[in-house]
Design a protein around this ligand. Structure first.
Ligand SMILES: NC(=O)c1ccc[n+]([C@@H]2O[C@H](COP(=O)([O-])OP(=O)(O)OC[C@H]3O[C@@H](n4cnc5c(N)ncnc54)[C@H](O)[C@@H]3O)[C@@H](O)[C@H]2O)c1
Length: 260
């Protein structure tokens, strides 16, 4: 997919990670000036590899001071922010347990990044977009924010919150020329999900087969397939889409693949 994003200033959070990096690279290839933002500065630097029209910024989205400093840096360099891609997120790897066993600290860690951090950065960036009277915000949620899975209650709650917050921002900011939309990825093949359940050799184990049996396409998504959808929401042609929640999930949410 291609879009003309010439000179658009786009912040991608979590750009040192799998989906963020693929999205940032694709936006860059389509003419944008791209901020590779991540809590992991070294990773952001490595991802942007000092290419022209990129800026690597250390930006912990839960830290209001870093948000302020990061935005100052971006505005000092390019003077505006046209699009924010809220992609940074975490899930629990170590505590896949039922709600009655779920530790408070792990609940708070996930909510703080996935929901509060997304709010804090969106609030700061929207102030700038309101001055510009234009902008776009693209939030990355998850299918689990629409239909939960067991043993990851804070992730489910946070991503459901991201979906609700998308709609809340869309109705508040739309009249000011700012479009806010959300992508809900299904299961995407990344280094993280490979470690968690997809084998590196591409051979899926029984546990994964059970999950893939919910997906009509019968395979995980690729990071480029999420990056393409982000590009679609950034494209000038998507000018009448506001408050949309788009699953990119191979049909996961379309229904049960079971016979009754
Ligand atoms: N991979 C999947 O299957 C999948 C499925 C559904 C939704 N998602 C969502 O897509 C997004 C990206 O996922 P991914 O698979 O690329 O994950 P990833 O772990 O590869 O990347 C996440 C990035 O976020 C960064 N990050 C973490 N905390 C941060 C903070 N406080 N401030 C700034 N950056 C921070 C990490 O350093 C990392 O670079 C996440 O929001 C995730 O919930 C992923």
């Amino acid at each position: 997919m291609q879009a003309n994003l010439t000179d658009q200033v786009i912040i991608v959070t979590g750009a040192a990670g799998a989906i963020g990096r693929a999205a940032a690279d694709s936006l860059l290839a389509n003419g944008a000036r791209v901020v590779y933002a991540d809590i992991n500065l070294q990773g952001a630097r490595e991802a942007s590899r000092n290419r022209p029209n990129t800026l690597a910024v250390q930006l912990d989205i839960t830290d209001e001071n870093q948000i302020g400093e990061g935005l100052d840096l971006i505005l000092g360099q390019w003077g505006r922010v046209d699009i924010l891609v809220n992609n940074a997120g975490v899930n629990t790897m170590t505590h896949r347990v039922n709600i009655d066993q779920f530790p408070t600290a792990e609940w708070e860690r996930i909510l703080k990044v996935d929901l509060t951090g997304l709010f804090l950065l969106s609030r700061a960036v929207s102030r700038r977009m309101l001055q510009q009277k234009s902008g776009r915000i693209i939030n990355i949620a998850s299918v689990l924010g629409i239909v939960p899975a067991r043993l990851q209650s804070p992730f489910v709650a946070a991503k459901a919150g991201v979906i609700a917050l998308t709609r809340s921002m869309a109705i508040e900011l739309g009249s000011q020329g700012i479009l806010v939309n959300c992508i809900a990825p299904g299961s995407i093949m990344t280094e993280g999900t490979q470690k968690l359940f997809y084998g590196k050799d591409g051979k899926f184990n029984d546990r994964v087969q059970a999950m893939l049996a919910h997906i009509p396409l019968g395979r995980p998504g690729m990071v480029e397939e999420i990056a393409n959808t982000i590009l679609f929401f950034c494209a000038p042609e998507s000018s009448y889409i506001n408050g949309a929640i788009l699953p990119v999930d191979g049909g996961w949410l379309a229904g049960y693949i079971r016979d009754f």
